[in-house]
Design a binder for this molecule. Structure first.
Ligand code: SF4
Length: 520
């Protein structure tokens, strides 16, 4: 992927005073091309960036690079390890910024596989910036860096967290029918098999449970033994004929030893009511080497054959946010899965400021996926309302503009929907808001089914559920309203407490009385 897909920075290096001004969301469409079209399609060849350009990997061979084991054992887990790879390409300014974020704000610990780090400032046009300040600025500006190595100066200082941001913002835990099995929609469930991934994304919506504890966020742990949990999941599905669709997730299923994953999938395939199985793995992009291992490809072939015989749709869902992440190795792993018999590989990206919040970035990514890697663009989620995520989130209005601007370029079946995952409601297309107060940044949403905790709730289908824009994106009047209705000092303290506290005490801290009668 070429350099022209690399985004501009948003907020990078902004001073606190500058951050207090209304943020500029990237215009949905930034230019009109010579063809008169707002977006110019160019077919681009995928390119694997040269890892030997990075000082720590000068001697790494192609064989080592292709090894999943080598990739796993050389993940960057702390600032010292990043320094060992990048050396003096980056200045101390960046390392200190990263270290401070890990100590004070990060909701996810650091874990970046070499494959992902190699796609930051990819320099595939031979245009690498000079070591030092030049490289550091390019690294700060890089879209993949923005969410895989979040730094303290990325975070907003005026509204670092929304007043209604919470751990487990989608209330999945409340809807567990078995520990880790979320029954949130009438016919489908989410099975969290494990709580680890080969890579940790700064914006992870499951920051409550997934990954290692950070200084700001002690993670919750499952109580049951893994084998008991999985057994109970299978039992629940056997006795739930209304459930036809199982998202097998985590974490990331690439962290489950293949034999264990295969056993679980074979048992799912024995349950007659299960008609769709979707395997969730960001590692298809972050660690494609995993999905190219012989035992994994052969095992997937065996599971896919059985699925096909039984008429079950087996698909892989991945999570790619930037076009530069789509490399030949990602395409090779995807094609291996399709050749093994998986029906489709689809992408569920996350829409984020500083990463992919312009139509050029989104369409460049979708075409890289569709043209180069046989991955179907499927969804872009709005970034969820977790603590310290405001610098990533975009307003609903901006998401609506982006959806409009994307229409008509891709085939209909590969035109992704931008969705808002509304707490207690579920995924809604961004144009489905029932009401929207753009001044205060509050949208209202309705739904047409009950979650597993609402069987006896007479108002579940008539209530309007709120969702909130990032306050810094609101017009002055809206920002003033929030500023006069929120004690920002108290809010800051609350954000820190809420990030650190368990779900139960987070709920007890919820400032529901302050903002009127919004349902929370
Ligand atoms: S791969 Fe998915 S589950 Fe894992 S940290 Fe990233 S967003 Fe979270």
């Amino acid at each position: 992927m070429t350099q022209d897909t690399v985004a501009r920075p948003v907020h990078r290096g902004a001073t606190p005073a500058a951050q207090a001004r209304p943020a500029t969301e990237t215009p949905a469409t930034t230019a009109t091309t010579a063809t008169g079209q707002p977006y110019r399609y160019l077919r681009r060849e995928l390119v694997e960036p040269d890892w030997t350009r990075l000082p720590g990997w000068r001697g790494v061979t192609a064989e080592q690079w292709a090894s999943a084991q080598w990739q796993r054992s050389h993940c960057v887990k702390n600032v010292g390890q990043l320094r060992a790879v990048m050396g003096d390409l980056l200045t101390e300014r960046f390392y200190a910024d990263l270290e401070r974020d890990q100590a004070e704000r990060a909701t996810m610990s650091m874990l970046v596989p070499p494959q992902m780090l190699n796609t930051m400032v990819p320099s595939t046009d031979g245009d690498a910036p000079d070591a030092g300040e030049g490289y550091t600025e390019a690294f700060y500006a890089d879209p993949v860096r923005h969410y895989m190595f979040p730094v303290f100066s990325d975070r907003r200082t005026d509204w670092p967290s929304h007043p209604f941001a919470t751990r487990d913002s989608l209330h999945e835990h409340d809807m567990w029918v078995v520990e880790g099995l979320t029954h949130r929609y009438p016919t489908k469930v989410l099975a969290e098999l494990l709580t680890t991934c080969p890579q940790y994304c700064g914006h992870c919506t499951r920051m409550d449970l997934v990954g290692n504890s950070t200084p700001a966020v002690p993670k919750l742990k499952f109580d049951l033994k893994p084998s008991d949990r999985l057994e109970k999941m299978i039992e629940y599905l056997r006795h739930s004929p209304q459930v036809r669709d199982v998202v097998v997730s985590g974490g990331d299923v690439a962290n489950m030893p293949w034999r264990g994953l295969e056993q679980f999938l074979l048992r799912l395939l024995e349950i007659d009511n299960v008609r769709d199985i979707r395997l969730a793995t960001k590692a298809l992009m972050g660690l494609p080497q995993h999905w190219l291992q012989d035992d994994v490809v052969d095992g997937m072939g065996k599971v896919a054959r059985l699925a096909r015989e039984r008429g079950v749709n087996l698909a892989v869902h991945t999570h790619v946010n930037a076009a530069q992440s789509v490399t030949p190795l990602v395409a090779k792993a995807t094609k291996a899965m399709i050749a093994a018999g998986v029906r489709d590989v689809r992408n569920q990206g996350v829409l984020m400021r500083g990463v992919n919040d312009s139509v050029e970035q989104l369409l460049d990514l979708c075409f890289a996926l569709q043209d180069g890697a046989t991955i179907t663009p499927y969804y872009f989620y709005m970034c969820d309302m977790i603590p310290f995520s405001e610098h990533w989130r975009v307003s609903l209005a901006h998401a609506q503009e982006l959806q409009h601007a994307m229409m008509g370029y891709l085939p209909g079946f590969a035109t992704p929907r931008i969705v808002c995952d509304v707490p207690y409601v579920g995924k809604r297309w961004v144009h489905q808001a029932h009401e929207y107060d753009q001044v205060h940044g509050v949208s209202g949403w309705t739904k047409n089914y009950r979650t597993s905790i609402e069987a006896a709730d007479p108002e579940a289908l008539t209530r309007t559920y709120p969702y909130f824009d990032p306050i810094d994106t609101l017009p002055a009047q809206g920002q003033a309203w929030w500023a006069s209705n929120v004690d920002t000092e108290r809010l800051h303290q609350l954000a820190i407490e809420r990030a650190a506290s368990s779900r139960a005490s987070a709920a007890a801290h919820a400032p529901s009385g302050v903002f009127g009668d919004f349902v929370l």
